[in-house]
Design a binder for this molecule. Structure first.
Ligand SMILES: C[S@@+](CC[C@H](N)C(=O)[O-])C[C@H]1O[C@@H](n2cnc3c(N)ncnc32)[C@H](O)[C@@H]1O
Length: 224
């Protein structure tokens, strides 16, 4: 499904979020504090968050996704911009990462949480590869509450798939967005799952008029 949406992925993302995704990505990366560290963007897709980590001063950034076509799109993008060679890409699964424990200073992901087969196991795996004191920042849609609930449900159930047909010529992949969100846990529950996976601290901020959550998890620092 992800391979099928590669060609128009960035365009539809910008249209669907009215361009707000750029701001949310910047906020997510700022929360992960990547400057000077080794950073992972897991489920990198076309590499937008990885680019943002690089811009924010990560010493080395790895973008990884299990969809080879997405990684190919990111590769083409990076070939044009990665003057210093600090950006790397790889194919791999968020639930079984090909890295030793305690490799990364920070990890980010965008619009991944709703898509993994087992969210608890994914948090445990991300926790494993983070160094003590490391940060995990996750950007994704969240089931909205209050007055936005009806309007957003209507938007995501009808306008988004329509956009998918008109711009991307794909209906099922954008209809899936609605289905995945309808079974996604709310922001409090996601934070609780991060703590269950071992994170010493887990908090979140809400953006996009209540429709987006950015979670931050922190692994406890090693006690000297
Ligand atoms: C909606 S896209 C988001 C792409 C990008 N992170 C962004 O912010 O635009 C979701 C991505 O998650 C990837 N993905 C889903 N499950 C994954 C997993 N278990 N391991 C690695 N990548 C995964 C998909 O291949 C897809 O590229």
């Amino acid at each position: 499904m992800f391979a099928s949406i590669v060609p128009r992925y960035d365009t539809i993302n910008t249209l669907m979020t009215l361009g707000l995704d750029r701001r949310w990505r910047r906020q997510t990366v700022a929360m992960a504090e990547p400057a000077g560290g080794i950073a992972l963007d897991i489920a990198t897709g076309t590499g937008e968050l990885a680019r943002e980590l690089d811009r924010a001063g990560a010493r080395l950034t790895i973008g990884m996704d299990f969809c080879i076509e997405m990684v190919g799109a990111a590769q083409r993008k990076f070939a044009a911009i990665d003057a210093c060679g600090n950006l790397r890409l790889g194919v791999g699964d968020a639930m079984a990462l090909p890295f030793a424990g305690e490799t990364f200073d920070c990890i980010v992901n965008g619009f991944m949480l709703r898509n993994v087969a087992d969210l608890g196991a994914t948090f445990a795996e991300l926790y494993r590869v983070l160094k003590p004191g490391g940060r995990l920042a996750c950007l994704d849609l969240t089931p909205p509450r209050g007055p936005m609930r009806r309007a957003f449900s209507l938007y995501i159930a009808s306008a988004v798939p329509l956009l998918g047909i008109v711009v991307g010529r794909k209906y099922a992949a954008y209809r899936y967005l609605f289905q995945s969100l309808s079974i996604h846990p709310d922001a409090e529950r996601v934070a609780a799952m991060m703590r269950e996976a071992g994170f010493a601290e887990a908090s979140f901020r809400i953006a996009g008029f209540g429709t987006v959550a950015i979670h931050l998890g922190r692994k406890a620092a090693r006690v000297a």
